[in-house]
Design a protein around this ligand. Structure first.
Ligand code: AMP
Length: 395
């Protein structure tokens, strides 16, 4: 894998695709700079080599040029994070941009205006990509969040750099972590899939059945499986039209020698409400009017045992309605189990939507091996798809 460490950037201009799609408040101030922080190591390495950095990103979904989506709003924040006064140019292509790049000295950083002010960015226009390619000697992709899109700046532009292209620090780490689970994971490998629906996770399940030893299913998905097997689930969330699919997954798993673990007990509630009456009950004997909103104490113990026996762990999706305090215990307990397994030497990767939110909310972020930042890109990787942004650098 070609990363920034494969190059010396001395006197080189690096054209870096970053993901600075950060949230802004009404005063156009950055309210969460995680994504800018994440790009910092890549920029610093290039500057320390004696090179300069041309940063390009999208922000939001503008329709043409819209002031509120201008990247000029984030110049101060990027300067503060990187520790260098960042220059800004109000177009990402054309003479103005080329002039600004030509004037850039080693150690300097230039931020280009929002790529999506041009519709050619998302349509993957080759001419637009060629114009972007004039703005650097080496192309660096460090935007995992958009690596699943064949946009001009994430994919098409790479073809104009032949050998001079590589992954940034962040994207490199994302690829390495996913490979550590899906390609070279040390056995036993356990995947924990939670979240609300079977339908949104089905492609992931199908892909990982070939790679894992244990598949733990939790969250709202549980009840489609339990009902399909003949259990009584009361008014728990269920996709009735996915019951056959659930049985098919269980059959396939058996064929492939994958052990599937469903919850044995749940925390039942008489309403979808943090203040509902609750009690622990068997997962397949939930009375009418009650619904399972978290895994129960026996299940927590079960999952703990499996996680601690694993050498590689993938976690996607909460085990219960963790947003409500009274139904967060299963998710927190799982986080604790994964933390302990990681301390014992297992590799643990958390990725995809709500599990990342849960991990952050409960402070597990630095206790697992890696937390993936790229929602959609992460999910598509887990589904076994080749991401165009990654293929463009590798080819
Ligand atoms: P997903 O986006 O598919 O990962 O689903 C995450 C959502 O699933 C979270 O907002 C959880 O509150 C929800 N969820 C987890 N367990 C349950 C459950 N037993 N019943 C209803 N929703 C659930």
């Amino acid at each position: 894998m070609k990363t920034i460490n494969s190059f010396n950037f001395e006197n080189k201009k690096a054209l870096i695709r970053v993901d600075f799609n950060v949230p802004l408040n009404d005063n156009f101030e950055v309210t969460d700079d995680t994504r800018i922080q994440a790009a910092k190591p890549t920029v610093i390495k290039i500057l320390e080599d004696g090179g300069s950095a041309v940063l390009m990103s999208h922000l939001g979904r503008p329709k043409g040029v819209q002031e509120e989506f201008s990247l000029k709003h984030i110049v101060d924040k990027v300067s503060e994070v990187i520790g260098v006064q960042v220059k800004f140019v109000s177009n990402c292509i054309g003479q103005e941009a080329e002039d600004a790049v030509n004037q850039l000295n080693p150690g300097e950083v230039l931020l280009l205006e929002n790529l999506r002010f041009h519709t050619e960015e998302t349509s993957g226009d080759k001419g637009f990509a060629e114009q972007l390619s004039k703005l650097g000697d080496i192309y660096v992709n460090d935007a995992f969040g958009t690596a699943h899109r064949a946009h001009a700046s994430t994919t098409i532009v790479a073809q104009f750099f032949q050998e001079n292209k590589c992954f940034g620090n962040l994207l490199g780490k994302e690829i390495e972590s996913i490979d550590k689970v899906l390609k070279s994971g040390e056995k036993p490998i356990t995947a924990i899939l939670g979240g609300s629906k079977v339908s949104s996770k089905i492609t992931i399940i199908e892909n990982i059945l070939d790679k894992v030893d244990h598949l733990i299913i939790g969250g709202g998905m549980t009840y489609t499986f339990v009902k399909a097997k003949g259990g009584k689930i009361g008014s728990s969330i269920c996709e009735d039209d996915k019951q056959e699919l659930a049985l098919e997954i269980l059959r396939k798993a058996k064929e492939k020698g994958v052990e599937v673990h469903l919850p044995v007990d749940v925390i039942g509630a008489d309403a979808f409400d943090n203040n509902a009456n609750t009690k622990a009950m068997s997962v397949d004997a939930i009375p009418e009017g009650w619904q399972g909103l978290d895994v129960g104490p026996e299940t927590v113990k079960d999952f703990h045992r499996i996680v601690l026996s694993s050498k590689t762990i993938l976690w996607n999706g909460p085990l219960g309605v963790f947003e409500m305090e009274n139904f967060a215990n299963g998710t927190i307990s799982l986080g604790n189990s994964i933390t302990e397994a990681t301390e014992n030497g297992a590799f643990s990767l958390v990725g995809g939507g709500d599990s990342v939110a849960a991990v952050k909310q409960f402070g597990f972020g630095d206790k697992v091996s890696y937390v993936s930042t790229g929602g959609g890109a992460m999910l598509e990787s887990l589904e076994g798809k080749t991401l165009p942004g990654i293929a463009a650098i590798e080819n």
